[in-house]
Design a protein around this ligand. Sequence first.
Ligand code: TNX
Length: 519
Amino acid sequence: MKIYILLFAAYFSSLVCFGQSSPAIIPLPSAYEGGASFFPITSNTKIHYTNDLLKEEAYFLQKELLGRKSFPISIQSSEATAPGISLILRKTTQEGYRLYIDQSTGVTITAATETGIFQGIISLLQLIDQAEPSQHQLAIPTWKIQDTPAYAWRGFMLDESRHFFGVEKVKSLLDWMAFYKLNKFHWHLTDAQGWRIAIKKYPRLALIGGIGNNSDPLAPAQYYSQAQIQEIVRYAAERKIDIIPEIDMPGHATAANKAYPEFSGGGSVKYPEFTFHPAKEGTYQYLTDILREVDALFPAQMIHLGGDEVSFGNQQWKNDPQVKQLMASQQLKDLKAVEDYFMKRMADSLFSLDNTILAWDEMAEAGLPTGQSILLWWRHDQPQQLQKLLDNDIPTVICPRIPLYFDFVQQENDRYGRKWGGKFNPVQRVYDFSLSKLNIPDSKKPLVLGFQANLWTETVTDEDRLDYLTFPRLAALAEITWTSEEQKDFEGFSARLKKHLPLYQKAGIYYHDPFDPDT
Ligand code: TNX
């Protein structure tokens, strides 16, 4: 067995990836060869699995073949006796999968885990999507692929506070994330403009906090019921995606404070009622009760606590007698220390629920529990924040505004959307981003878990606009998180992307076409 694995590894590492055409798979696989002939999937082809753990994956492939190509084929829980599609779990230490398509023996997907099998299925589906349509067969090019992700964190964030999109759109985004092997969905569910998750103990959070959005402060309440959340979590799990909910605190709390003003810590002239109150014991109990329900809804055991931009709204803390008393008793020297104290207490609550704590880079020096916290570096104009995270040995997700904020426009002449000092995020800027742009010493590189793009939705008023900002940059994101830096090449990516644009069109996605200056 061991020898087989070694031979296998040696064989694939000898494959030459460059200078030959590549499969139109995004993200580009680590190693591949072949592709010159075809294996036909016909209505007699069967999906085979022998390990019960793979039942769900087999069913997923069956369902997708029917859905995408109107092609029903059956599943057999036995080894293949004729050319078919075999799903095989095999012990290896390597992440990822092997997809081997042979003219006479058919399709074999091998991996160490169900997730690896799923990733192999996705690559197969990308090839199937591009197969010439025919009623009787799907001709799949005979690629032999060995594939391993470069990073464990391949994330996308959606803000549903500023505008709300609902179950169907979120499911469609999860479909596309899975299609691009992205695996972490960071769900920004609360912010100043709206609270979007039902909490049983505090029903007014959704009923009152859910009223309004960035376009219309009086829009009827929109939020997810707990049953809807569970449905979305299940849908994501089927696609091997973890969902990380964000309950933003102590800032960005205006919507919650509208519902339960007794826990408000006030704000500033520009951002009234922006914070929770850091010096009332009740606030910590209230938020802990909320987190207990959130924890029960999200099995990934990771919750994002925000911690960003608290300074926008903590001016009232300065003159509050209770805050002054807290500062004296806890020896907190300034308002930043109050902020850190707040986050540390809430992190302790989450820690006791055995959750990993996530927060924005403002929390670099708050002393959140080591080994149990992950921070996200977003302020591209403050590289010293990234430096601090790494100096403090904090596992980090990289999501700088430039180039990974998808609310920033992707072309010069867009009228809506953001830019930063004239800079914006065209698909090539996203694609060209990599760790080597950041000057990180080799010894600190293992702290980087991966990359994430964030879609903030102040300017995203409807689904078309969401699509227009997300596609095709989601494909570029996939490639910076999965494909190794040495393999990246924008020209090759563009050639593959051109084959994906018709898929967006077919799915009714309102995408931006980077190759057509008129879109
Ligand atoms: C900054 S990123 C924010 C968001 C905004 C975004 C707009 C972060 C942690 N905070 O609240 O929506 O900029 O680009």
